[in-house]
Design a protein around this ligand. Structure first.
Ligand SMILES: [Zn+2]
Ligand SMILES: [Zn+2]
Length: 254
């Protein structure tokens, strides 16, 4: 009841996306100043792996890179760790409030790009079932907003040709490989031949999806593939990766 009344008095955009409080907000931000501060504290520390942005214990090699987490991908860019406020914003753009969050996140993504020598931004595609359900692809919205900020065009070059099962439901390695093999395909009218591609997605967890996309892009002649996401799961748990992609438990979010 209290929320219903507050919603009438202070429609979305006046209230903080993260905590819901009616607060004075910075001009264009969707967060109140308290939550903005929290978000800032979730930035990826400079001490992280230069290539993949994962946490690296001092004096050791990066475990994520060592285990092939970024195979086929030149390097990764992202502003935030996948925790608390940053994670909430990523979930917000999957399920609601897209217009409110995307500008803030695209600004942060643009800032995280230490290099801009890319020819094209390619969003990670949604399966069409998911697309029909949700009505939009959050990776595409992020790519379009990022494109305006960095002046690199978007190419909707990939499609997800089939929904994959959660890898965790499959016990045999061969089944897992079959499950994820060829989940992504180039669109017939797209070309990345000779192009330096920046893949765009909302979050990198295991990196499976990004590696599968990179594989397809490279197979079709891309010169190289890098990855830009809003968040990365910063602390890698040290699991060996299958060479084939998609063992995400969170397939429902794809
Ligand atoms: Zn707040
Ligand atoms: Zn690394």
């Amino acid at each position: 009841m209290r929320d219903a009344i507050l919603n009438l008095l202070y429609p979305k955009g006046v209230r903080c996306m993260q905590c819901g409080e009616v607060r004075r907000m910075d001009m264009e931000n969707c967060l109140c100043s308290v939550c903005m501060e929290e978000l800032e504290s979730e930035r990826i520390p400079a001490s992280s792996c230069e290539r993949c942005l994962s946490y690296v214990e001092k004096g050791t090699a990066c475990a994520f890179c060592r285990d092939g987490g970024l195979d086929g991908i030149r390097r990764a860019y992202a502003p935030y760790q996948y925790v608390n406020a940053a994670r909430n914003l990523v979930l917000c753009i999957k399920f609601e409030s897209v217009e409110d969050c995307v500008p803030l996140l695209a600004d942060a993504m643009a800032d995280s790009l230490k290099h801009r020598d890319f020819d094209v931004l390619v969003p990670v595609p949604l399966h069409f079932f998911r697309m029909r359900e949700r009505g939009f692809n959050q990776a595409m919205l992020l790519a379009q907003a990022l494109s305006k900020r960095v002046n690199i065009p978007v190419a909707d070059a990939l499609k997800r040709v089939r929904a994959t099962r959660a890898q965790s439901t499959l016990s045999k390695r061969a089944d897992r490989e079959r499950n994820v093999k060829d989940a992504f395909r180039m669109r017939a009218d797209a070309s990345v031949l000779g192009k330096r591609v920046l893949l765009v997605d909302d979050v990198r967890t295991s990196g499976n999806t990004a590696r599968a996309c990179a594989e397809e892009l490279l197979k079709n002649g891309a010169a190289e593939v890098s990855l830009c996401t809003v968040c990365v799961v910063w602390k890698y748990q040290g699991k060996k990766f299958d060479k084939q992609p998609e063992n995400r438990k969170k397939d429902r979010y794809m």
